[in-house]
Design a protein around this ligand. Structure first.
Ligand code: GDP
Ligand code: MG
Length: 200
C-alpha cells in the first residue's frame, strides 16, 4: 500500500518558537506558503511528504480517505523561516483530473514521477503544462524523479528530467522517500526560490 500522510498534524516543526503564528500574513522573514503535490498515483507523493514532515517511511500504511494537510517549517541560512502548508491528495488523482481548486493559490507545486516508469514522466509533463496554464503566474515548480533508490529498474534517464525542467524553468531533483535521499534538499531549494515580499 501507499504512504498515508492523512494523519493529524502534530506540529513537529523543527524550529519551534521561531515562527509564531502570524495570522496568515507573510513578512519578509517568515513566509507561509501553500504547497501542492501533483503526479500519478503511486509515484510516492505521500511518502515524500511523510519523510519530510515526520522523518518516516512506512510502506505498509493504508491510504486514508479525505484530504490531508500537513505543515512543516524550515529555517534558512539567512534566518528567515518558511512554513510549508502541504496539500496532499487522498488518491483522487487515480479517478479524475484533479480540480484546479486543489492547486489554486499554491505558491509551490511539486510535480512527481517515478524514475522506473516512463508513463509517470509523461503525466508529470502534462501536469507542468496544466500548471503553466491554470496555476498562479509566479508559482515555483519543482520536477521530482522519485524512487531513485531503484536505480537498477530505472527507465527515465536523469538527463531527460534535467532537460524538461530546464526548458520549463523548473528546479529538478531526484529523490528517494525510502532512503531519505535529497528529500530535505528538495524543500530547502524550494524555500530559497520563493519570491520574497519586499520589506515595507
Ligand atoms: N523504492 C521506493 N518505493 C517508494 C518510494 N516512495 C514511495 N514508494 C512506494 O511507492 C508506493 C506509492 O507511494 P505513495 O506515497 O502512496 O504514492 P502516491 O500515490 O503518489 O501518494 C508505496 O508502496 C511506497 O512504499 C521510494 O522513494 N522508493
Ligand atoms: Mg498519496
Amino acid at each position: 500500500m501507499g504512504c498515508s500522510s492523512s494523519v493529524p498534524d502534530r506540529n513537529t516543526g523543527r524550529v519551534g518558537g521561531l515562527n509564531p503564528e502570524n495570522g496568515g500574513l507573510n513578512d519578509a522573514r517568515n513566509l507561509r506558503v501553500k504547497l501542492v503535490l501533483l503526479g500519478d498515483s503511486g509515484v510516492g507523493k505521500s511518502c515524500i511528504v511523510l519523510r519530510f514532515v515526520r522523518g518516516q517511511f512506512d510502506p505498509t500504511s493504508k491510504v486514508t480517505v479525505g484530504a490531508s494537510f500537513l505543515s512543516q517549517t524550515i529555517a534558512l541560512q539567512d534566518s528567515t523561516t518558511v512554513k510549508f502548508e502541504i496539500w496532499d491528495t487522498a488518491g483522487q488523482e487515480r479517478y479524475a483530473a484533479l480540480a484546479p481548486l486543489y492547486y489554486r493559490g499554491a505558491a509551490v507545486a511539486v510535480v512527481v514521477y517515478d524514475i522506473t516508469s516512463p508513463e509517470t514522466f509523461n503525466k508529470a509533463q502534462f501536469w507542468v503544462k496544466e500548471l503553466q496554464k491554470h496555476g498562479s503566474p509566479d508559482i515555483v515548480m519543482a520536477l521530482v524523479g522519485n524512487k531513485a533508490d531503484l536505480h537498477e529498474k530505472r527507465e527515465v534517464p536523469f538527463q531527460d528530467g534535467v532537460d524538461f525542467a530546464e526548458k520549463n524553468g523548473m528546479f529538478f531533483i531526484e529523490t528517494s522517500a525510502k532512503t531519505a535521499d535529497n528529500i530535505n534538499q528538495l524543500f530547502e531549494e524550494l524555500a530559497k526560490r520563493l519570491p520574497r515580499p519586499s520589506p515595507s
